[in-house]
Design a protein around this ligand. Structure first.
Ligand code: NAP
Length: 293
């Protein structure tokens, strides 16, 4: 079994980004600027935004955060988006989800200029991705493609089972892996909560991608011998062995499943670090106007 070290792979990509940003500054080109819109005081959202800011700083990019109380109206938030769309100093921005219930998140996303939508959530970017046109790819699927690529994992002709069909992970990744590209050219089965006999599908997968958001759900009997297992899930669970009383686990029963697969991503240290680095790559592309010239 080979452990896919997402932390190490992400660190290598970050070094390349840092070098490119330094070269831009040498040529008097401004460093790429990523902004984040944060609404409310949800601790997990704040942590995600802090981590994105830190990652930007580490590679020499500029980051800024536009904070608003959870009482902000949809109209006010749309005005902020309009401002960011037109600010020439901001290359790309994200709206940290979830948003409070009184705000229509889909409407807010649709208001983002697709050229600055570095999360790749705008329907224009989704449509371009589906048609194989240049597009910002959503960070987690993009990160997983890079993990498969950097580890030299063959995908062509293999049967991939994507468990979970969210707009940010499962649906885009199922499309990306079925496209005529590398990584890609898989035969993809997309499973979800209404799939009958999930195990029948997962146990036939050459590549199993677990993104259902259920801790330690995938047991060894659900996984084929020598399968490649990519665990997207992240859950904080109680632990008697950890000093903090908590530890992070994924959607896969790691200790048991890892014994029978060819490759597996750990949690933490697998997919997570690749998600943030992919957002940085999208920001770099935005500053170079690679997707929308
Ligand atoms: P989500 O929006 O909650 O979607 C979960 C998907 O799993 C849905 O499509 C759901 O089906 C399906 N599902 C739920 N229970 C199922 C079951 N018993 N059998 C089969 N399918 C089932 O989740 P998400 O945003 O995609 O995230 C999934 C997990 O990945 C979470 O743990 C999240 O924290 C983690 N995550 C990690 C990263 C990272 O960077 N590491 C990034 C994003 C997400 P329906 O569509 O029928 O409801």
């Amino acid at each position: 079994m080979i452990l896919i070290d997402g932390k190490k792979i992400a660190a290598g990509i970050r070094r390349e980004i840092k070098k490119e940003v330094a070269e831009m500054l040498d040529r008097d080109v401004p460093a790429p600027h990523l902004a984040a819109v944060l609404v409310g005081d949800d601790p997990a959202s704040r942590t995600y935004v802090n981590n994105k800011e830190k990652a930007c700083r580490e590679v020499g990019m500029i980051s800024s955060v536009y904070e608003h109380p959870s009482t902000v109206s949809e109209k006010e938030l749309l005005e902020v988006i309009g401002f960011l769309n037109h600010d020439p100093e901001i290359d790309g921005f994200i709206v940290q989800l979830p948003l409070p219930g009184h705000i229509d998140a889909a409407k807010v996303i649709r208001h983002i200029d697709p050229a600055k939508d570095v999360d790749g959530f705008h329907p224009v970017n989704t449509g371009r991705m589906v048609q194989g046109m240049p597009a910002y790819l959503p960070a987690t699927p993009y990160g997983i493609l890079q993990l498969l690529d950097k580890c030299g994992i063959e995908t062509e002709g293999r049967h991939c089972v994507m468990a979970g069909r969210s707009n940010i992970v499962g649906t885009p990744l199922s499309i990306l892996l079925s496209r005529k590209t590398s990584p890609g050219n898989c035969t993809v089965t997309l499973c979800h909560s209404r799939t009958s006999d999930l195990k029948k599908h997962t146990s036939r997968a050459d590549i199993l991608i677990a993104a259902i958001g259920k801790p330690r759900f995938f047991t060894p009997d659900m996984v084929k011998n020598n399968a490649v297992v990519i665990d997207v899930g992240v859950h904080r669970v109680e632990s008697e062995t950890s000093k903090t009383g908590f530890k992070l686990v994924g959607d896969v029963m790691f200790d048991e499943v890892s014994k029978k697969c060819s490759y597996i991503t750990p949690v933490p240290g697998g997919v997570g670090p690749m998600t943030i680095v992919s957002l940085l790559l999208n920001t770099l592309k935005a500053s170079r106007k690679e997707i929308y010239s």
